[in-house]
Design a protein around this ligand. Structure first.
Ligand SMILES: Cc1cc2nc3c(=O)[nH]c(=O)nc-3n(C[C@H](O)[C@H](O)[C@H](O)COP(=O)(O)OP(=O)(O)OC[C@H]3O[C@@H](n4cnc5c(N)ncnc54)[C@H](O)[C@@H]3O)c2cc1C
Length: 386
């Protein structure tokens, strides 16, 4: 029976970043990916021969994000960001375009998700997130096993004082053994993957109930070039529950006169179950684009819609080092347990876990781990992610 040093579950940015760093110390690792293609939600999309990010990908320029990109540069061995520039956000009102200054008293329910895009400065990326993924996938190719859904975490001695996580069950039947496990999939799924003896019914109910947001993405190809390429927040005149969207146009692509635009809004998981709600969100996004950019809206030649899995919302007890309470060898690496539930959070959470495991990331201290993960010590010595 083979025993891996590390099994990493999920081949998104978080899982791949961790795997790449660990692979520099041991080759005895395995990345398990449920889908047929590695890369998670940041892998590339192709529309009309244009290779794009799978939806809008914005990266703020702050002190925290600068450090995160330095870490990514080191992992990839390439410099991903070019310049810092002012994030000139505009909105459209009846009188025309104007600088976006905030939502006033009408902040949307998903303001926390949206606020990430409102940072004063942004990084112009000379390597796009889908390219980060391509590099990591090509470097780790022989370590990634696709079409492999982890359906259960397997423990030995479940009725003893100290149950031990020894293996994962893949596709419902195959057991794969490791000394350490890193979970980089949706945190809510832990409720299904972990036996009740380890994560009790109350903890599972809390996980299930936590408010969770999903991203609704609309990507468009236009047959004409765009006039603006800065970030746009479009809200319109209707005061409804659907809320605003954020998006931007690309400059003319591949020397052609075509342009692309990518738009993003959020929906809570419960509403996302009803396709009518998704339809309404898309309709509203399109209405706002048409109002602000009638010509570009009439020149749409291709569209692509995506609804992501849950990208935020977790209420889970973790130890201060990022392991699941009561399980010393299972690290939870999803950005959903980080303050930043996005690309930045993926990098920060990867860095935190690597630091807790003793792999480089030398400038992260345990107190920073706690700060970034919003960890609070409880009297039992366990830490609660809030
Ligand atoms: C449309 C859209 C727009 C976005 N825009 C931005 C943006 O502008 N800026 C920004 O910073 N962030 C943005 N984000 C968020 C950002 O892309 C994500 O936070 C980040 O990519 C998450 O990476 P991850 O590795 O944690 O998760 P993922 O990329 O979701 O990877 C998780 C992987 O785990 C696999 N998996 C799950 N469960 C299992 C299992 N049981 N067994 C095996 N494999 C499993 C999944 O198949 C998946 O491949 C956006 C997201 C979307 C969807």
């Amino acid at each position: 029976m083979h025993i891996y040093d590390y099994i990493i579950i999920g081949s998104g940015l978080t899982g791949l970043t961790i795997a790449k760093k660990i692979s520099q110390e041991t080759s005895n690792i395995l990345v398990l990916e449920a889908e047929a293609v590695a890369g998670g939600i940041s892998r590339s999309a192709v529309m009309n021969d244009h290779k794009l990010n799978n939806g809008l990908r914005f990266f703020p320029a702050t002190d925290v994000s600068t450090k995160a990109l330095e870490f990514l540069n080191e992992v990839l061995g390439q410099n991903v960001a070019a310049d810092r520039s002012e994030n000139l956000i505009e909105t459209y009102e009846a009188s025309g375009f104007k600088r976006f200054t905030g939502f006033g008293e009408k902040a949307p329910e998903f303001y926390e998700q949206l606020s990430y895009f409102l940072s004063a400065d942004e990084y112009k990326l000379n390597l796009q997130p889908y390219e980060w993924i391509q590099i990591l996938v090509s470097q780790l190719q022989d370590k990634i096993q696709t079409k492999s859904i982890v359906t259960r975490f397997g423990f030995e001695g479940l009725d003893s004082e100290k149950p031990e996580l020894t293996h994962v069950v893949v596709n419902g039947s195959k057991n794969l053994y490791a000394r350490n496990f890193i979970f980089a999939g949706p945190v809510k799924d832990l409720g299904l993957l972990i036996p009740d003896d380890i994560l009790n019914a109350r903890a599972k109910a809390k996980l299930k109930k936590a408010q969770a947001w999903q991203a609704v993405g609309l990507d468009l190809v236009h047959s004409v070039a765009a006039e603006k390429t800065n970030l746009l927040v479009l809200n319109g005149t209707t005061d409804d529950d659907i809320g605003p969207c954020v998006g931007r146009f690309s400059a003319a692509v591949n020397g052609s006169t075509q342009s692309t635009s990518q738009w993003l809004s959020f929906v809570d998981s419960e509403s996302a179950e009803d396709t009518e709600n998704i339809g309404m969100i898309l309709k509203k996004i399109k209405r706002q684009i048409k109002r602000a950019f009638p010509e570009l809206s009439d020149a749409i030649i291709k569209e692509r819609v995506s609804v992501s899995p849950v990208i935020s919302g977790s209420d889970l007890k973790l130890n201060a080092n990022g392991t699941l309470a009561k399980v010393e060898n299972l690290w939870v690496a999803s950005p959903q347990v980080n303050s930043y539930q996005n690309l930045l959070g993926a990098l920060l959470q990867a860095k935190l876990i690597l630091s807790a495991l003793g792999f480089a990331a030398e400038d992260v201290t345990v107190s920073q781990v706690e700060e970034s993960s919003h960890v609070e010590e409880s009297t039992s010595g366990e830490a609660e992610i809030v």
